[in-house]
Design a protein around this ligand. Structure first.
Ligand code: SAM
Ligand code: SF4
Length: 336
């Protein structure tokens, strides 16, 4: 279904509504299934990697994003795997920045390579960075990620904050591993201009082996600790987080609760994996693959598939009912 709307810039643009009437304006693009960490709930040691020829080239990614922008997508999140291990990632940001309809390009990264790439990412036009970090303890970091890179991540985080780019930190809590660290993790927002978001573990891929810590329980703990905490209704980004503010803190706390909460009414996103699988909802198998079509029939064929994916976007996810989940791939190949 298409509707025409006037956006604030007084520019007539097409916006795309799904069958529920939700405006779909956000595309998450995974650019690789490779990673320099081995987070045990995402990509433990021994996971098979795809051959490079299976991945969309950077030009193919740009072609899909261009077609998506003509349908009303105006913000793109680059993710992975770890996006900063893909050669050409800086050039990709610059190429996407040149697409007329794209107003915002952000990236989700584990932060390890930020000290190396941050200046070029900013020059290329990146608007914001989400840094995933589940612990501030070096030993625990090694246990969770399989690598000893906490120092690089902390350096990357400080550099990003100093640069003035918008920074968010994402943490996933695991019972018995880092759930007791919630206070230290959210306290990163006390003196830093950065939102900290706690994401419930989703029963996808290797995440199925872990018990999800309920954000409802976490909120009770936060309220006990900070009786004057209050909901923060300002808009913080594109995501499904519910934000809270603690008086005197520079950043807010976001709770993303796919398992113990529902945010589907306001969902505005579709996803594309590194091999071109298109997914309108994280918990269901892809609706279509775009790579072979793009290679055989060219860029124009992409628009029809994108319309189909948006129109077939399910009303709601099913993370609270594991038997409804039809996605069988690992998070590393879906793109978190
Ligand atoms: N490598 C980048 C990073 O770590 O930010 C981008 C890709 S990673 C798959 C994106 C996010 O997905 C990370 O914040 C990670 O913690 C999260 N993630 C992975 N598996 C998950 C799961 N089963 N449930 C919830 N979040 C998960
Ligand atoms: Fe790599 Fe991110 Fe998955 Fe960790 S969560 S293994 S950093 S893709």
């Amino acid at each position: 279904m298409y509707t025409f709307s006037i956006k604030p810039a007084e520019r007539a643009v097409i916006s795309m509504l799904d069958l529920q009437g939700r405006e779909i304006n956000y595309l998450r693009v995974s650019i690789t299934d490779k990673c320099n960490l081995r987070c045990r709930y995402c990509m433990p040691e021994g996971v098979d990697l795809l051959p490079m020829s299976d991945l969309l080239t950077l030009e193919e990614i740009r072609a899909v994003c261009r077609q998506a922008s003509l349908l009303g997508i105006d913000r793109i999140k680059i993710t992975g795997g770890e996006p900063l291990v893909r050669r050409g990632v800086i050039e990709l940001v610059a190429m996407l920045r040149e697409l007329p309809g794209i107003r915002q390009i952000t990236m989700t990264t584990n932060g390890v390579l930020l000290p190396k790439y941050l200046p070029d990412l900013i020059l290329a036009g990146l608007d914001g960075i989400n840094i995933s970090l589940d612990t501030l303890d070096r030993e625990k970091y090694i246990r969770i990620t399989g690598r000893d890179h906490l120092n690089q991540v902390m350096e990357g985080l400080e550099l990003a904050l100093a640069s003035g780019i918008r920074v968010k930190m994402n943490s996933v809590l695991m019972k018995g591993t880092n759930d007791r660290e919630w206070l230290d993790l959210i306290s990163m927002a006390r003196n830093k201009k950065m939102d900290v978001r706690i994401i419930e573990m989703m029963p996808i891929g290797f995440g199925k082996a872990y018990e999800s810590v309920s954000n409802r329980d976490l909120l009770l703990l936060m309220k006990e600790h900070f009786p004057d905490i209050r909901e923060d209704n300002r808009i913080h980004g594109n995501g499904p987080a519910v934000y809270y503010q603690i008086p005197g803190w520079m950043g807010s706390i976001g709770l993303i609760s796919p398992v113990h909460g529902k945010f589907c009414d306001s969902c505005n996103r579709i996803r594309m994996s590194a091999i071109g699988d298109l997914k309108p909802c994280l918990c269901y198998a892809p609706v279509a693959n775009i790579r072979d079509l793009l290679r055989s029939r060219g860029e124009e064929a992409v628009a029809e598939i994108l319309k189909k994916v948006i129109s077939e976007k399910p009303e709601a996810h099913c993370f609270s009912k594991v038997e409804g989940i039809t996605e069988e791939k690992q998070m590393i190949s879906i793109g978190g």
